[in-house]
Design a binder for this molecule. Structure first.
Ligand code: FES
Ligand code: FE
Length: 378
């Protein structure tokens, strides 16, 4: 196995103001969340033409809707006439169009302007020109990923390569066939912490022995402090007596059909920059999407995905959901505890990484580079 860490010495973390400074957060919004591929919605949540969701990506509200042809489209959630917010609901369904509540301009599900009061009296209005601002969309792993940039980065060189780099094999993710899975449970968390705090926590396991008693029972190697993410291609092995990835180690559900012998009885964790975590276990997948809304606040939607027949059977999923729900709450409590101190003079120069956390420094370099600092910046 290959480590992604570096030599055995202590290294400095980011200084505290990186987690609180509105100017830094604003740069992160414009240069990271509004420039890169952002995992916005589960495609199944848009279950029919006209179904829509609104999400915040960087500073923008984005409207994502399924069109009459079945395709998923994304638009800036703003009327082209005088800029009114088109949809204020988080989710809903329209029959065939979106109508602005201000002067009733009406847009098709594909974003085209299809009607406006007295439009025929305005010969200089070209309705093809005044459709909604359309955004780039890519469907992968059963999610719609949206990019606000006019010229998006390569999806394969960013999103897909993060997954491949972590698993050490481009095909390994396919064993879980995440697109075909169904939502068994979704829990939303409102975390009073900076989004980087949450990524850093997810990447390390130095905290596992202290705050995750249930998880370390199931994955005993986590008690040693080395996260599965520290090693390329490594999945943490279930404890000998553990039957499934459940809160008490009791039996889980049937194995996903594509999961290989190598992947069986193992847990893999992947961070897909900038805002996704994927957790793979033999019988389900736990998929987190983060929505950073303020320097010190991040909304998280966490999906537990199972085989369709398992969800349809109404079987009890609570023991498998409860394990990672507890892990999430333990992690987010820890992140909030750190966030409270980020403005302290005691953290103005940051803290230190112990060796098992060194791979987080690479994330810090990346985050600083994105906002024009560090080796790759101006
Ligand atoms: Fe939307 Fe006028 S602002 S129709
Ligand atoms: Fe944790």
């Amino acid at each position: 196995m290959t480590t992604t860490g570096s030599p055995q010495s202590l290294m400095a973390t980011l200084p505290g103001h990186y987690y609180t400074d509105p100017a830094i957060f604003s740069l992160e919004q414009s240069r990271i969340f509004e420039e890169q591929w952002f995992c916005a919605v589960r495609c199944d949540d848009l279950d029919k033409p006209g179904a829509f969701r609104t999400v915040q990506i960087g500073r923008e509200s984005v409207l994502i809707a399924r069109g009459r042809d079945g395709a998923i489209n994304a638009f800036l959630n703003i009327c082209r006439h005088r800029g009114a917010r088109l949809c204020t609901e988080e989710k809903g369904e329209v029959r065939r169009s979106f109508q602005c509540p201000y002067h009733a301009w009406t847009y098709g599900l594909d974003g085209k302007l299809i009607a406006a009061p007295n439009l025929n009296d305005m010969p200089d209005i070209d309705r093809t020109e005044f459709g909604l601002n359309r955004l780039h969309v890519r469907e992968w792993l059963g999610y719609a990923w949206v990019c606000l940039a006019e010229d998006p980065p390569s999806f394969d060189d960013t999103v897909v390569s993060d997954v491949t780099a972590r698993l050490g094999d481009a095909g390994a993710i396919n064993s879980y066939d995440i697109t075909a899975l169904k939502l068994g449970k979704r829990i939303e968390y409102d975390v009073k912490a900076n989004w980087k705090q949450i990524i850093e926590n997810f990447m390390e396991c130095y905290h596992c022995a202290t705050i995750h008693p249930e998880l370390t029972e199931v994955l005993p190697e986590f008690a040693d402090g080395f996260a599965a993410q520290y090693y390329v291609g490594h999945g943490a092995e279930f404890g000998e007596d553990v039957q499934g990835f459940t809160v008490d180690g009791s039996e889980g559900l049937e194995r996903l059909p594509g999961v290989t012998e190598d992947q069986d009885r193992r847990y893999y964790a992947i961070t897909v920059r900038p805002q996704v975590f994927i957790n793979l276990v033999p019988d389900h997948v736990i998929f987190h999407r983060m929505f950073p809304v303020a320097p010190d606040r991040t909304l998280i939607e966490c999906d537990w995905l199972y085989l369709p027949e398992v969800v349809e059977s109404g079987r009890d999923l609570s023991r498998s959901v409860e394990l990672f729900d507890r892990v999430n709450r333990q992690d987010f409590d820890a992140c909030e505890r750190c966030q409270l101190a980020m403005d302290s003079r005691g953290y103005s120069k940051g803290g230190v990484f112990v060796p098992s956390e060194h791979h987080i420094a690479e994330f810090h370099d990346w985050a600083r580079e994105q906002i024009g600092e560090g080796s790759g910046g101006e």
